[in-house]
Design a protein around this ligand. Structure first.
Ligand code: SF4
Length: 387
């Protein structure tokens, strides 16, 4: 079945221009424009597989309703194409009244669904096409092990992100399972402070109620903790947060008893890590004048790539080539806004130098197909007077 949809996938997402740039050492020079493409960018193995399975599902179950629970990945173009291919989205208002049953096929997204949602769909007898990425499943395995052993999973992630919600739900498979989601260093520091010194329990619960398992008690549930993370977070931040918790537990219980109270493992997926490393390398090696990061505004890994770039150089996070309004104007998402908040775009003026050489760094999030990246390159060529 894979071969049957290969042509369709290539037609939808392939870019000859991107292949050429890759073959030319990830450098594309035309006239006054030089583009340096990050060595790792765009579709990751998990997204590749999820999109492939979705197309296969349509081919394999002709005449049956094929649904997605929601976005398969965080890229509007990919989701729109799936809709055009006949896949329906259970998250659409129009589908709310549809009664799912054994005749229906339901595709689960790359970032997974909660334990409760999986059970509901299975109980309804739906045929499930599970595209949950192997890297997400690895996180789940560790979180389940924490729950079995009575450790609270401290999840570095975005509490509203589908993957984090799904991961947190794994902790509740066992009666002793607990979870607490921390967004960033600041929240981690607050929890670490409570671990070291205790504090105002009610104030703690007021702050973290939305991010903790039901009935969470910080005086009990922070005694034994294990770290995990949403796979697409900033790797440097996740590692630092893991170390912060390790240090807090060491202070509280002593180095010789640390193993009884603290566990950790690295759950940033390799694709996320490679894309973050690649932009760091690009910015370290090339004289980049400005950086363009392409990807869905609700894509966590894309937002984090933009954050890394913005710390070093002027950076524009754009959704697609249509965001490049003209050589003078660009529509983009301000870097730093959380990917789980509604997208608030801004328009910046005079973003491209009107004359002289321009060196642009380019990367794309793990849910951005190559054809979108290729169209961005073509648009940049047009705006700099080449095409
Ligand atoms: S970003 Fe990582 S965890 Fe997410 S789908 Fe891609 S490979 Fe899997």
């Amino acid at each position: 079945m894979r071969e049957a949809v290969a042509g369709e996938l290539a037609a939808a997402y392939h870019s000859t221009l991107v292949d050429e740039v890759r073959a030319a050492g990830f450098r594309h020079q035309r006239g006054r424009l030089t583009i340096h493409l990050a060595r790792e960018f765009g579709f990751c193995y998990g997204v590749d597989r999820a999109v492939d399975y979705a197309y296969q599902a349509v081919a394999r179950f002709p005449g049956r309703n094929v649904f997605l629970t929601g976005e398969i990945i965080h890229n509007p173009h990919v989701n729109d194409r799936l809709r055009a291919n006949g896949i329906r989205f259970l998250s659409d208002a129009a589908e709310r009244t549809h009664q799912l049953g054994p005749e229906d096929v339901v595709i689960l997204p790359a970032f997974g669904v909660t334990v409760g949602e999986m059970k509901r769909l299975a109980d309804l007898g739906c045929t499930l096409v599970d595209t949950t990425c192997g890297s997400v499943l690895t996180v789940w395995k560790n979180v389940v092990r924490y729950a079995q052993d009575g450790f609270t999973a401290i999840i570095h992630g975005k509490v509203k992100h589908e993957e984090t919600r799904a991961t947190a739900s794994q902790a509740l498979k066992y009666p002793r399972g607990r979870y607490l989601v921390v967004l960033d260093r600041e929240e981690a520091a607050c929890v670490c402070d409570y671990i070291r010194h205790g504090g105002d329990r009610e104030a703690f619960l007021a702050r973290f109620a939305h991010a903790a398992s039901p009935g969470f008690d910080p005086d009990v549930d922070l005694e034994r903790i294990g770290c995990a993370n949403q796979t697409t977070m900033l790797m440097s931040e996740s590692l630092e947060i893991g170390e912060m918790f390790g240090a807090a537990m060491r202070d509280r219980y002593g180095a010789d008893r640390l193993d009884e109270h603290f566990r950790t493992f690295d759950t940033i997926c390799s694709a996320t890590q490679e894309r973050q490393d690649a932009v760091e390398a690009l910015l370290g090696q090339e004289p980049i004048g400005l950086m363009i990061v392409v990807g869905g505004y609700n894509s966590s890994n894309t937002c984090n790539l933009a954050k890394i770039c913005a710390a070093r150089v002027r950076t524009y996070h754009i959704a697609d080539p249509a965001s490049l309004l003209s050589a003078e104007r660009i529509r983009h998402r301000p870097v730093g806004a959380p990917s789980t908040a509604p997208a608030a775009e801004v328009v910046s003026e005079h973003w491209l130098p009107a004359s002289g050489p321009i060196v642009i760094g380019l990367t794309a999030g793990a849910s951005t197909p190559n054809n979108i990246v290729g169209q961005v390159i073509e648009t940049l060529e047009r705006f700099t007077g080449i095409a």
